[in-house]
Design a protein around this ligand. Structure first.
Ligand code: PEP
Ligand code: MG
Length: 331
């Protein structure tokens, strides 16, 4: 079994009818970089940058960030790397936050408060430093930038204005910045963003659907709260319908769309995701071999028919049954 999975590393992630599927890794700390090559990932679909801000009492400056991004880009060569800017707030508490260096006002409901891009737009110097650090090393690899916790097209516009201003400033200083700036994408991880995906798509270069938060915000179930974890379900029809709406908005514009929540690493859910039109999945590196194995056994026509059946259902239990049945048939 191990040998079989190891052999998979060199085989392409293509369906039986020849449709290529991009399988990428989510990365939380640079120490995981060697795992990516071992797993046979085609780049990093989600580089969470929170590690740079954790376990410290001050904020990392532009230079420290530049070094960290350079290390990742150099390790990845020409493979694509999607760097997500700081997703701070909510349950993701950090030292500097409690030290008062960054806003400490958690508010009555932190998950609904100053989290992700909202915080960065309130403290634009954080966003500017991160954009600048990424732009400084952009020509050393194949990089894209991702914005977390978006709900409104105007937030994306505001972030892009800052991005372009930072690029201009760097050029004035004589720093080499790519003529065409790296793409700026949006996490679709709130119901608001999913249902406004057609409007947000006009401001974005790509979408990454974050099913972890999308399920949490859609179902009003805290992803870290054990008492209600039985209600946390990315296969709930409400979550799937939001994913479908956002995916279709992207596909209509021929804009890249991927799924990067935990769901993407579950081989049993691959038929549904492919059937919804997704062709790019980002997951824990360790999940890649099994997901690749699943992709290589699937036919896109079958996946599309299966997804249509699933999307006709409104009972979460029935959806779970359909997913299990499909998986059993394939094995
Ligand atoms: C998500 O919300 O699905 C996601 C990928 O982001 P994170 O888990 O870092 O919040
Ligand atoms: Mg998220």
């Amino acid at each position: 079994e191990r040998a079989k999975l190891a052999k998979l590393r060199r085989l392409p992630a293509v369906t039986t009818d020849g449709e290529p599927v991009e399988l990428q890794a989510n990365l939380e700390i640079p120490a995981e970089l060697p795992l990516i090559a071992q797993a046979g990932a085609q780049g990093i679909g989600l580089l969470r940058t929170e590690f740079l801000f954790m376990n410290r009492e001050d904020l990392p400056d532009e230079e420290a960030q530049t070094q960290a991004y350079a290390e990742v880009l150099e390790a990845m060569g020409s493979d694509p790397v999607t760097i997500r800017v700081l997703d701070w707030g909510g349950e993701k508490d950090m030292e500097a936050l409690s030290q008062g260096i960054a806003p400490t006002h958690a508010g009555p409901n932190p998950a609904l408060g100053l989290r992700g891009l909202r915080l960065l737009l309130k403290r634009p110097e954080l966003l500017e430093a991160q954009f600048a650090a990424i732009l400084r090393v952009a020509d050393r690899g194949n990089v894209r930038i991702l914005l977390p916790l978006v709900t409104n097209p105007s937030e994306v516009k505001e972030a892009r204005d800052i991005y372009e201003k930072v690029a201009k400033r760097l050029k004035r200083k004589g720093v080499h910045v790519p003529e065409k700036l790296p793409e700026l994408g949006v996490m679709i991880e709130t119901p608001g963003a999913a249902l406004a995906a057609d409007a947000i798509a006009l401001e974005a270069d790509f979408f990454a659907i974050g099913t972890n938060d999308l399920a949490m915000y859609t179902l009003a179930v805290d992803r870290a709260e054990a008492e209600v974890s039985h209600l946390y379900d990315p296969l709930h029809p409400a979550v799937l319908r939001l994913m479908q709406f956002a995916t279709e908005a992207a596909l209509r514009l021929r804009m890249p769309v991927s799924v990067c929540g935990e769901m993407a690493g579950n081989p049993r859910l691959v038929p549904l995701l492919l059937g919804l039109g997704i062709r790019s999945l980002s997951m824990n590196a360790s999940a890649i071999p099994r997901v690749k194995q699943a992709v290589r056994a699937l036919d896109i026509g079958d996946c599309a028919r299966f997804a249509r059946r699933v999307m006709e259902q409104s009972d979460p239990q029935r959806i779970h049954e359909l997913v299990m049945e499909f998986g059993a048939g394939a094995e």
